[in-house]
Design a protein around this ligand. Structure first.
Ligand code: ADP
Ligand code: MG
Length: 323
C-alpha cells in the first residue's frame, strides 16, 4: 500500500519499527516523546546527518543505508561508554517511494533491534534525500569515557580490523582492483563499508578500564589525534601491530598500512587503558588489539617492523568546509 500522507507514511514505516522499552512513557505520535531518565544516570546525546552524494552514493541499497545511519550513531554512544536507549529520525525525502521506504525502515529496524534502542519521534519533510538521526544513551553519572582522559603510559587499543571500509571505498571511487583480491574479498570489504558493526558491547569494559576513547570515523590517525590534542599527550604506534582482516593482509604491506592508518568509515573504537589494567581488559574482551602507547611528549610517532621511527603526517578527516 502506498502511504498517501506524511502521517500514514510515519504510521506505516516507522511507528512500530523497534523494540518497545519500558522507560518510554510516550513514543511516536504526540508533540514530544516522554522518556524516563533513571536517577544516577546521565544522558549521552549525539546527532549525525547523512546527505546523498556526500555521505552515500545515490544508488546505495536502502536497507544498508538505514542500517548504517543508525549504526554510526550507535558507535558514538559506544565510544562514550553509554548504553543505547532512544533515537529520533529526521527524514527528508525527494518522493514517497514505497520500495525505498520498505528497505530503509527494515535496515533501520535491524540495527535498532540488535541494540535495544527505540525510535521515539522525528520529522518527515520533502526535499533532497537527507537523514539525520539523534541518539540518546544512558551512562552512570560521571562515568562516561571522554577524549580528554588519556595519560602517559596508557596502552592504546583498537577494536576489530582497520582499513576495510577504506579499501571498499577506494575500489568504488578509483576503480582500484588489485589482482590479489577475489570476489569474496570484495564482498567482505563492501560489507564492512555498508554494514559497520557498532561496538556497543565494548561500552561497559570501556567504562571500567579506559581513560579515553573515540570512534574511528575519519581514520585512525585523524581520530587518535583528537584524543592526543584533548588530553595534551602524544603517542607511539607500532604500525606492524595494526589489526588487518584476511582480505587486507593480501595487499602490499605499505598500502594496507596506509589504509589502516588513514582511511575512514570503519567505526571501530580506539581507546587508552592504564598498563596495570591491560591484562584484565584482554582477558575480558576479544577482538581488541594493542597498537601502541600514550607518551608525555606530544606528537605521533609511527614505529615500523624493524624499529624505524617516523613522525606521522596527521591527515585531517574529511572537512566539509575546508577550502
Ligand atoms: P509536529 O507537527 O508536532 O512537528 P509531526 O507532524 O512532524 O509533528 O510528527 C507527528 C509525530 O510523528 C510526532 O510524534 C513525530 O515525532 C513523529 N514523526 C514524524 N516523523 C517521524 C519519523 N521520520 N520517524 C519517527 N517519528 C516521526
Ligand atoms: Mg513536522
Amino acid at each position: 500500500m502506498v502511504a498517501e500522507s506524511e502521517f500514514s507514511l510515519i504510521e506505516q514505516y516507522f511507528s512500530s519499527l523497534t523494540a518497545e522499552r519500558e522507560d518510554v512513557t510516550l513514543g511516536i505520535g504526540d508533540d514530544c516523546a516522554l522518556l524516563q531518565c533513571p536517577q544516577g544516570k546521565e544522558l549521552a546525546v549525539s546527532i549525525d546527518t547523512l546527505v546523498e552524494g556526500v555521505h552515500f552514493f545515490a544508488d546505495v541499497d536502502p536497507h544498508a543505508l538505514g542500517f548504517k545511519a543508525l549504526a554510526v550513531n550507535l558507535s558514538d554512544l559506544a565510544a562514550m561508554g553509554a548504553a543505547p536507549a532512544w533515537f529520533t529520525l529526521a527524514l527528508t525525502l525527494p518522493e514517497n517511494n514505497p520500495a525505498w521506504l520498505e528497505g530503509f525502515s527494515s535496515g533501520l529496524a535491524t540495527a535498532a533491534k540488535a541494540s535495544s534502542i527505540q525510535l521515539v519521534g522525528g520529522d518527515t519533510t520533502r526535499g533532497p534525500l537527507t537523514i539525520s538521526i539523534q541518539v540518546h544513551g544512558l551512562v552512570d553519572a560521571g562515568q562516561a569515557v571522554r577524549r580528554d582522559g588519556a595519560k602517559p603510559g596508557d596502552r592504546i587499543y583498537v577494536s576489530g580490523t582497520l582499513g576495510d571500509a577504506g579499501a571498499a571505498l577506494k575500489h568504488r571511487l578509483e576503480a582500484w582492483s588489485p589482482d590479489v583480491l577475489n570476489d569474496a574479498d570484495w564482498a567482505a570489504l563492501q560489507q564492512r563499508l555498508e554494514y559497520p558493526t557498532p561496538r556497543n558491547a565494548l561500552a561497559e569494559p570501556l567504562r571500567h578500564f579506559a581513560n579515553a576513547a573515540i570512534d574511528i570515523s575519519d581514520g585512525l590517525l585523524a581520530d587518535l589525534s583528537h584524543i592526543l590534542k584533548r588530553s595534551d599527550v602524544g603517542a607511539r604506534l607500532q604500525t606492524h601491530d595494526l589489526p588487518l582482516s584476511s582480505s587486507m593482509k593480501k595487499l602490499p604491506k605499505e598500502l594496507a598500512r596506509e589504509l589502516a592508518l588513514s582511511s575512514g568509515d570503519d567505526y571501530e573504537l580506539c581507546f587508552t587503558v592504564p598498563p596495570k589494567l591491560a591484562d584484565e581488559l584482554e582477558q575480558q574482551c576479544s577482538d581488541i588489539t594493542c597498537i601502541g602507547e600514550i607518551t608525555a611528549q606530544s606528537g605521533l610517532i609511527l614505529v615500523g617492523a624493524s624499529g624505524q621511527e617516523t613522525t606521522a603526517n596527521i591527515r585531517k578527516g574529511y572537512d566539509h568546509f575546508s577550502a
